[in-house]
Design a binder for this molecule. Structure first.
Ligand code: SAM
Ligand code: SF4
Ligand code: SF4
Length: 333
């Protein structure tokens, strides 16, 4: 099993199944840029069979977990066919998906039946007006909350709820989100606003540090000392002292976790990336379309992984902010 230059194994594969999205979250796909953006054409995007071949190659090198993401994964037609194919890959023990949940209610049952194990749902608040401003799309919060219930009933729970908190936009949603999901078995995870890509006008003053959120939440509901359940788990999880579950924090800016980062990303276009902040990827689509087998692709992955030395978040500050970077909706969040 390959180790990278910093001794990190490869255990997780994130597949961006599309670069398109129905939302225009201001921190990810700002409308003024993405309404006119040139998206990948259908022929440029990997088919499900091609994605499965890469997953098989990755599994032969130690990958056990696959996450479907994007863009919005549920915009891909019949995504459950991909899930069913991935389920057949030896070595993959968990298939998860991150979604904005707009289309989840209609697809939850067939995804669960195909073998999807878990979903993470992105939701940045409970107040319709606040959320509408953040996602810049007219989708009521109730659509997402209903989808969470339906996904749970379909067996896709317990669900993680990802909330990006950005100063001046939605810090007032922290307490309502915690209050709503405490005691439900689902876990809210607060994500620091990240400087991913170059189009989201990131600025450090808008990052709400985890320490501040921990203080706010624990003043209302005391929290216990955090545990990280798994080395490759990016969130620090604090249990509520009263036993009503837990709350997570993903502190990519104030407490980077590159040392444990064991993820490889596959873009919808068939490029492998070894870091969310990568400037370039390694194409595998051309070789697959030329008849390469999963063993051939495994050789490429192994080489890419062995050469990997990424630790962008750890070095943040030493790297100029205007360096070229791939957008999150392309590379897969
Ligand atoms: N469309 C799906 C969704 O929103 O769940 C999947 C893709 S999205 C890129 C994956 C995750 O990245 C979401 O939870 C989103 O909130 C997060 N994200 C996007 N841009 C971000 C940023 N600038 N900082 C922190 N998290 C971000
Ligand atoms: Fe779409 Fe997800 Fe990005 Fe929002 S965070 S614009 S839902 S890809
Ligand atoms: Fe992994 Fe790159 Fe994020 Fe560090 S910055 S945790 S190496 S994806």
């Amino acid at each position: 099993m390959p180790l990278d230059q910093l001794g990190r194994p490869l255990t997780d594969l994130r597949i961006s199944v599309t670069d398109r999205c129905s939302f225009r979250c201001v921190y990810c796909m700002p409308r003024e840029i993405y309404d006119d953006h040139e998206y990948l054409a259908r022929g440029e995007i990997l088919h499900y069979g091609e994605m499965t071949l890469v997953a098989r190659a990755a599994a032969s090198l130690g990958v056990t977990k696959v996450r479907l993401t994007g863009g919005e994964p549920l915009l891909r037609k019949e995504l459950h066919y991909l899930v069913a194919q991935l389920k057949e890959v030896d070595g993959i023990s968990e298939i998860a998906m991150t979604t904005n949940a707009q289309l989840l209610a209609a697809q939850a049952v067939e995804l669960a039946e195909a073998g999807l194990d878990r979903v993470t749902v992105s939701l940045d608040g409970l107040d319709d007006e606040v959320v509408r401003r953040v996602i810049d799309t007219d989708v009521p919060v109730s659509v997402v909350l209903d989808a969470i219930d339906i996904a749970e009933a379909a067996g896709l729970g317990p669900i993680k709820i990802n909330a990006v908190i950005r100063r001046g936009w939605n810090e007032d949603q922290v307490i309502p989100l915690v209050e709503h999901f405490r005691g439900t078995g689902h876990t809210v995870r607060f994500i620091e606003f990240m400087d991913v890509g170059t189009t989201n006008s990131w600025n450090r003053a808008e990052v709400v540090p985890t320490a501040e959120l921990v203080e706010t939440i624990s003043a209302r509901w005391p929290l216990e000392v955090p545990k990280r359940s798994h080395a490759s788990e990016v969130a620090e999880t604090y249990a509520f002292a009263d036993g009503a579950g837990s709350v997570g924090f993903i502190s990519s800016v104030t407490a980077p976790f590159c040392g444990d980062c064991s993820r490889l990303r596959l873009s919808a276009e068939g490029q492998l990336f070894t870091c969310l902040f990568a400037t370039e990827g390694t194409d595998v689509k051309a070789m697959i379309r030329d008849g390469a087998t999963s063993d051939d692709v495994a050789e490429v992955i192994s080489r890419v992984w062995t050469n990997r030395d990424d630790q962008y978040s750890q070095l943040r500050g030493a790297v100029p902010l205007d360096m070229p970077r791939v957008e999150m909706s392309y590379i897969g969040g």
